[in-house]
Design a protein around this ligand. Sequence first.
Ligand SMILES: *Cc1c(COP(=O)(O)O)cnc(C)c1O
Length: 365
Amino acid sequence: MKIQDLPCVPAGYVNTPLEPMPRLAKALGKTGGLYIKRDDMTGLALGGNKARKLNYIVRYALDNGYTALMTFGGVQTNHGRLTAAAAIRYGLKPILVLKGPKPDYLSGNLLLDRLMGADIHFVDTSAAGRLPKEEQAAASQAFLEKATAEITEFYETQGHKVLNIPVGGQTVIGSAGYVQAIPEIMEQMKAQNIRAKYLVAGYGSTGTFAGLWAGARYYNAPFEVIGIPIEPEYRPVQETADFINRLSEFFEMGFTCAAADLHLEFGQEPSLYCGTGYNEPDAVTQSYVELLARTEGIFTDPCYTGKVFHGFADLLQRDVISAEEGAIFLHTGGSPGLWSREHLDDMQKQYWSGGEKDHVWVRKM
Ligand SMILES: *Cc1c(COP(=O)(O)O)cnc(C)c1O
């Protein structure tokens, strides 16, 4: 099937703005050439990149008689929030299976999930930590699979047909959303007379990066797609190349991809772009969240986009990519993470009780 013939729903907005970032360029000592693609503005439940994938996944679910969308992720998954919203907007039941213990305090994405009435199943595999290191991954995977089977059965006995959407919506159908983002960006560049040689994007469950890479190849984009892994245990590049080949085959795009064709950037010790761990607060990532907020008034998040933006800014500072040739930062959303308990707690000392006290005044009558 040709990708242009794949049907979708308008769960989230596309044609998100492509804007210059002149004040960021100035702060980095560059002239012009820095742009942001605002996929944080896809609208669906506060927006984010998963909306582009869900536009295709929801259409698939409706066309195949599914009545419920079930997906997976960390406790603060943005993908879960958007999937719940997409399900609700199309009359499907939202089911989230979250890996981790149930937090005592409701915050961030989780609050929004419950506000939308999503069913939430915590799958707590922390006991795997007591096993020998080499057995941990397999044991928690087995537990998750067993839990998933039980949860699916629970809904099926109620008469539901449950679509199981993998972590991050990483499916061939979902990635079509990012293949199709490429002609959109190319048209915007033409209309605004923008030149860009680089498109810097996050590399998590990898559907976004893979779709962009395939789209850039298929549509002959003038820019290279650079991926920034957002966690130290990132998905192997070979798996992503295999996935891109599946995309190419499914949509008859006529190219093949090797692991060596894919360009990831990690940064340098001791401050790798991925920070210290998945969704762990760290001071370096926070300083880049702050940089974009204070130069352009745009919020990134401490789990994903702050790290990707760290990569974008650092690659410019180290002249790996250049503003003269033009570079686009893909903002993939995630701002509710700023209000998750762990990050809220972390930011208190920096912006409230600590060093920046001298920017806050109180006059008491
Ligand atoms: C999921 C997510 C990503 C990573 O996208 P993948 O397609 O999973 O690689 C980046 N940023 C945000 C805010 C996300 O929620």
